[in-house]
Design a protein around this ligand. Structure first.
Ligand code: ZN
Length: 277
């Protein structure tokens, strides 16, 4: 099942991505239109959603917004691919290197990226959305707490990230620096939820290309590690880290400029596209 935010309303994307079923309309008002209610009532919505076969409108991709517009917590993991830790000259961590992207920095799948400085960088990431409260969950149970997966960009202002020592959370939280989408895909839709091709290109040149099977801390392990520290709440978001190929590690370094187009994709989920302005 795929769930989208269509102009502020939750919708199920039907087979072939040509049609949507507005959740509030198709459920006869059993569920509301708020995209966050999908996660607050995940088990009910997921069960009902799988029975929906008739659309209420054609899919207009220009109306797609962030499918998780107001998470209470956003976790982001640094150095979670061996290749990226190596290119960054950092040691592979023994616990997930965790920071936050403040929720107001999140954006829709086709939102513009405002280039505000000389070192604005790309980081394609698998984004996890929690569907069921996770509090001290074992790794074996990790996937059972995940509603779905999306494509994300952890857009990073490297100057701000390393200013004042290091302040990852702020340097990765400029407005619009967390595009997510194009929708949430439930893990059962994927051939192998633990091994997905992931990549991104900048103005047509492929910059990153990897597989999520190379994650040091994979999805269920992250749910276990994070939920050992604090509860993960329905609708919470985890940016799981980026593979090698970021701009700061290139020789010479390359950063985003106005006019660039960043395309980010994950096999089986979809593509998001962000224009730099
Ligand atoms: Zn990142």
């Amino acid at each position: 099942m795929k769930i989208a935010n269509v102009d502020g309303r939750a919708a199920i994307v039907l087979d072939g991505d040509k049609e949507i079923a507005d959740v509030a309309t198709a459920s006869g008002g059993r569920f509301g239109a708020d995209p966050m209610e999908v996660f607050a009532r995940w088990d009910e919505v997921a069960q009902w959603g799988r029975t929906v076969t008739t659309g209420t409108a054609a899919l207009d991709t220009s109306l797609l917004r962030n499918p998780v517009p107001a998470p209470r917590q956003v976790f982001a993991i640094g150095l979670n691919y061996r290749s990226h830790a190596e290119e960054s000259g950092m040691q592979v961590p023994s616990v997930p290197a965790t920071f936050t992207k403040f929720p107001a920095s999140l954006a829709g799948p086709f939102a513009d990226i405002e280039v505000v400085g000389p070192a604005i960088d790309w980081e394609v990431e698998l984004v996890v959305v929690i569907g069921r409260l996770a509090d001290r969950v074992s790794e074996a149970d990790g996937w059972a707490h995940v509603a779905g997966l999306a494509v994300g960009q952890d857009v990073s202002d490297r100057q701000l990230q390393f200013a004042a020592g290091a302040q990852f959370s702020l340097g990765k939280s400029r407005r619009g620096y967390g595009p997510i989408g194009p929708w949430i895909v439930t893990p059962d839709e994927l051939a192998d939820r633990d091994d997905l091709g992931i990549g991104c290109s900048v103005s047509g040149e492929v910059m990153q290309h990897g597989r999520t099977s190379d994650l040091i801390f994979n999805v269920p392990r992250l749910v276990a590690e994070l939920s050992a520290v604090l509860p993960l709440l329905p609708g919470d978001v985890i940016f799981t880290g980026t593979p090698e190929g970021v701009g700061a590690a290139r020789k010479p370094p390359r950063f985003l400029q106005a006019g660039d187009v960043v395309e980010s994709w994950i096999d089986g989920i979809g593509t998001i596209r962000n224009r730099c302005v």
